[in-house]
Design a protein around this ligand. Structure first.
Ligand SMILES: Cc1cc2nc3c(=O)[nH]c(=O)nc-3n(C[C@H](O)[C@H](O)[C@H](O)COP(=O)(O)O)c2cc1C
Length: 376
């Protein structure tokens, strides 16, 4: 049986499936449910010191459906946790008491202030977090205050804030990247320069889910109005795979936690093949339930065995070797065409040559035989 466990930055995950920061990790009760359902790790809902806590609106989600009625895209205008940070400290302690052996990763966000970042980081670790994920990536609400994606789009701030947190705590620190940027490797590199042990990608893509055809109001609709929000689920997977592969290629020694549209084992395996050592899912469990991890565990065992991998680590980044530039593809194609033409020319020449048995053996005997076979 293949081994699904993986150790990343010294953290032992019984399987690579991690709950992404969001509603499936929004308090101690749901986090414990996720662990009990079989998830290998959890990134908690992002929290901040109490004065920075969020005020949410209802409704705050919208769906994009395919013509056949399946949900393919999901949008939220949810902010970070609306709970007091003191609640989070109690929840972290409670979770570690009840589930001591699976990685609990705290997710933190703060304003551009060294003292605040260091305090929220140190208190989260003191309360029991095994690692921290720095939210440099929430695309809505927080950027208006210079937080979240506003920080993540500025590599200098990413570098500096990461170094503040690394100086304050002694646990692995992952920086969560925003996809709302042209070159994701730039903030990724800055985070590593600041001391990040790993990168998580991607957070949601800033989007506008649609307009209600009955009343022409944008969705999700709050008091007749809306605002652009974070887009996730199946529709974002191609973008997430591309960005994870870019980080993996630019920073081959930095573990990446792949996120974006993971709904099943094969989605997760694709992230692993392009360089992720753990895979997070957030909208998946919201729409499919925590039990989706059972199919993921079974399906990943099957895929690893099908392709001869003994464990997850062996598969990490396997498919990166098959990527090139478009120019590279043109060259490969030209080389293949030239080789085919050379083989055909050799066969034609041999065909000309063997007009009686005395001529056999003057060139490649195999080519001569091949030349006398009727082509299909
Ligand atoms: C409703 C909702 C709330 C989220 N809240 C957070 C959050 O507080 N912190 C964070 O880092 N990411 C948050 N995310 C982003 C997810 O963790 C994840 O990066 C993104 O949704 C893409 O993955 P998915 O397609 O599996 O959902 C949230 C996503 C959703 C859908």
């Amino acid at each position: 049986m293949s081994d699904l466990s993986i150790t990343v930055n010294g953290l032992h995950f019984p399987n690579p499936f991690v709950i992404g920061s969001g509603p499936p990790s929004t308090n101690a009760r749901v986090i414990i449910k996720a662990f009990n359902a079989g998830w290998g790790g959890v990134v908690a809902k992002t929290c901040a010191l109490t004065e920075n806590k969020a005020i949410n609106v209802q409704p705050r989600y919208g769906k994009l459906k395919s013509p056949s009625g399946d949900t393919v895209g999901f949008q939220n205008i949810e902010l970070i946790s609306d709970s007091d940070f003191e609640n989070w400290e109690n929840w972290f302690k409670q979770i570690k008491d009840e589930v001591p052996d699976k990685p609990l990763i705290g997710s933190i966000m703060e304003s551009y202030d060294k003292g605040r970042w260091q305090e929220v980081a140190a208190r989260s670790v003191e309360a029991g977090c095994d690692a921290l994920e720095l939210n440099f990536s929430c695309p809505h609400g927080h950027p208006e205050k210079g937080m979240g994606a506003a920080m993540g789009q500025d590599p200098a701030q990413v570098r500096e804030v990461t170094s503040w947190v690394k100086a304050a705590v002694d646990v692995p620190v992952w920086a969560k990247m925003t996809p709302n940027i042209t070159q994701i490797a730039d903030p990724g590199r800055a985070a590593v320069e600041g001391g990040a042990d790993g990168l998580s990608a991607i957070n949601t893509i800033l989007g506008m889910i649609g307009i209600n055809m009955k009343n022409l109001l944008p969705k999700p609709t709050v008091q007749g109005h809306s605002t652009p929000g974070g887009y996730s689920y199946t529709a974002v997977k191609p973008i997430a795979l591309r960005m994870v592969s870019e980080l993996a290629r630019a920073l081959p020694n930095t573990p990446v936690s792949g996120i974006g549209g993971v709904t099943c084992a094969d989605d997760a395996f694709e992230f692993i093949l392009v360089g992720a050592s753990t895979v997070q899912s957030c909208t998946g469990p919201m729409l499919q339930g925590f039990e989706m991890v059972e199919e993921m565990i079974e399906g990943l065992h099957a895929r690893l065995e099908q392709h001869g991998f003994d464990n997850v680590q062996q598969a990490v980044g396997h498919s990166l070797q098959y990527f090139s530039t478009h120019h590279g593809l043109v060259e490969l194609q030209a080389e293949a065409k030239a080789a085919k033409a050379a083989r055909r020319a050799a066969r034609d020449a041999a065909k000309e040559m063997i007009t009686d048995d005395r001529q056999w053996g003057t060139g490649s005997f195999q080519e001569e035989a091949a030349a006398l076979v009727t082509e299909d």
